[in-house]
Design a protein around this ligand. Structure first.
Ligand SMILES: Cc1cc2nc3c(=O)[nH]c(=O)nc-3n(C[C@H](O)[C@H](O)[C@H](O)COP(=O)(O)OP(=O)(O)OC[C@H]3O[C@@H](n4cnc5c(N)ncnc54)[C@H](O)[C@@H]3O)c2cc1C
Length: 384
């Protein structure tokens, strides 16, 4: 077979839609293949909102990538003529010197990011949602330029931009396998075999099924999200309440995102525990949220943000795909120059999507990227 496509992208979720966008704008012939429909709710990119922040406690080397992603988000917002970003700020809380607090400060100092320290006594007047917070917070930090992005809208906008430029996105089509054959990569999808010069794999929680030769162990985890309807609506929207990431005395940190007027369904303050979650496979994950899970979110939220406490009135299940060190993998697949992969986003990848797409486009077109991804290469695990 001779290649009909320059690139096939498998998985058109967050990273796949971004890769298609960034590849198509370079004038390549691009085919995207997605097992569900665009903006669906069965992978890792649904629920209406994702926090973005720059003072990255996980690793300060992410900051240049975040700045680049931010400029792409702004451009996408302008070209798609819809609001994708809400800069309501992010409030961090934790013990003095904790991993989160120390990490935020380190990234902020290293990269000149504005953050503000807020004393416990000042939190009531500043952010009343968090007054009387029952967690043993030694220090609150506020990052004003951070906020949240709208995932389904963003994915659909990236696909729409790509289609306008000529990309083809095939939905409701499952890729069952791929192989290199001479000058092309053959991809089996929905009963036909497509042939491309290059393949980009972005299958999210299905990565282990499609990237069997990947030399990094990945574990998916089941994540529960809840939407709180506050007893009093005062102080609960993005005009007065920031997104937040709060360490707790016992258990995983709680994150949350305030309400916005055009939130759509479900409404409420979106909350979840970061890092908790049982191992799962995406085809068999339990998508029903149990009563005890709802109650534990309500109880934890009432301790974190008593000023806007209420009941969980909606919930959903999502998935993280975790690497051993909780950092992403962006690289070539082992033993090939034609197949690239972006996976293992460990529950913190969405905010990066457009820059991940740019990196994947660089790998396809130039075989390398000038963006700093040394710490995200898969060879960091070799010999570990
Ligand atoms: C509850 C929760 C909260 C989160 N909060 C944040 C946050 O606040 N900030 C942040 O930055 N990140 C956050 N994340 C992480 C972020 O959402 C993910 O890192 C990101 O969405 C992963 O994108 P992806 O493209 O890898 O996966 P997905 O968007 O799931 O895309 C993978 C796609 O591949 C498709 N696919 C798989 N196999 C095949 C196949 N064989 N054939 C065809 N198509 C296939 C799937 O259907 C899917 O559409 C959160 C994640 C969760 C679950």
């Amino acid at each position: 077979m001779s290649p009909q496509w320059d690139v096939i992208v498998v998985g058109v979720g967050a990273m796949g839609s971004a890769a298609i966008w960034q590849l198509q704008r370079r004038g390549l012939r691009v085919l995207g293949i997605e097992r569900f429909s665009r903006g669906h709710a069965r992978g890792s990119s649904h629920g209406g909102s994702r926090i973005f922040r720059f003072a990255y406690f996980e690793h300060s080397d992410y900051v240049p990538l975040l700045r680049r992603a931010d400029s792409h988000w702004i451009e996408l917002e302008q070209t798609s003529e819809q609001r994708l970003l809400h800069r309501c700020g992010v409030l961090y809380g934790g013990k003095v010197g904790s991993e989160v607090i120390a990490g935020v400060k380190h990234s902020a100092k290293t990269h000149g990011i504005a953050i503000e320290s807020i004393a416990r006594e000042a939190i009531e007047s500043r952010f009343p949602a968090f007054s009387n917070c029952a967690e043993p917070i030694g220090e609150f930090l506020f990052e004003p330029n951070a906020g949240f992005v709208r995932p389904e809208r963003a994915i659909c906008a990236m696909i729409a931009q790509s289609e306008r430029l000529g990309a083809v996105v095939r939905e409701n089509t499952i890729v069952s396998g791929w192989r290199e054959n001479g000058d092309c990569v053959e991809v089996d999808a929905g009963g036909v075999t497509e042939c491309a010069k290059n393949l980009v794999l972005c299958p999210g929680a299905w990565t282990a099924d499609l990237a069997r030769s990947l030399d990094v162990p990945l574990v998916n985890s089941r994540q529960v999200i809840g939407w709180i309807t506050p007893d009093q609506l005062r102080h609960s929207d993005a005009g007065s309440m920031p997104a937040f990431f709060i360490e707790r005395e016992s258990g995983a940190p709680m994150y949350g995102i305030p309400m916005v007027a055009d939130q759509g369904s479900p409404t409420g303050i979106k909350i979840g525990f970061h890092g908790a979650g049982d191992p799962c496979h995406p085809n068999s994950v339990d998508r029903v949220v149990r009563g005890d899970e709802l109650r534990s979110m309500e109880v934890a939220f009432a301790r974190v943000a008593p000023g806007v406490a209420g009941a969980v009135t909606n919930s959903a299940v999502c998935m993280y795909t975790n690497t051993p060190d909780e950092h992403f993998i962006i690289d070539r697949m082992p033993g090939t120059d034609r197949v690239s992969i972006a996976c293992g986003f460990c529950g913190h990848g969405f905010k990066f999507a457009p820059v991940i797409g740019e990196i994947l486009a660089d790998l396809v077109v130039h075989g390398e990227t000038s963006l700093p991804i040394h710490f995200l290469r898969r060879n960091r695990f070799v010999g570990a």
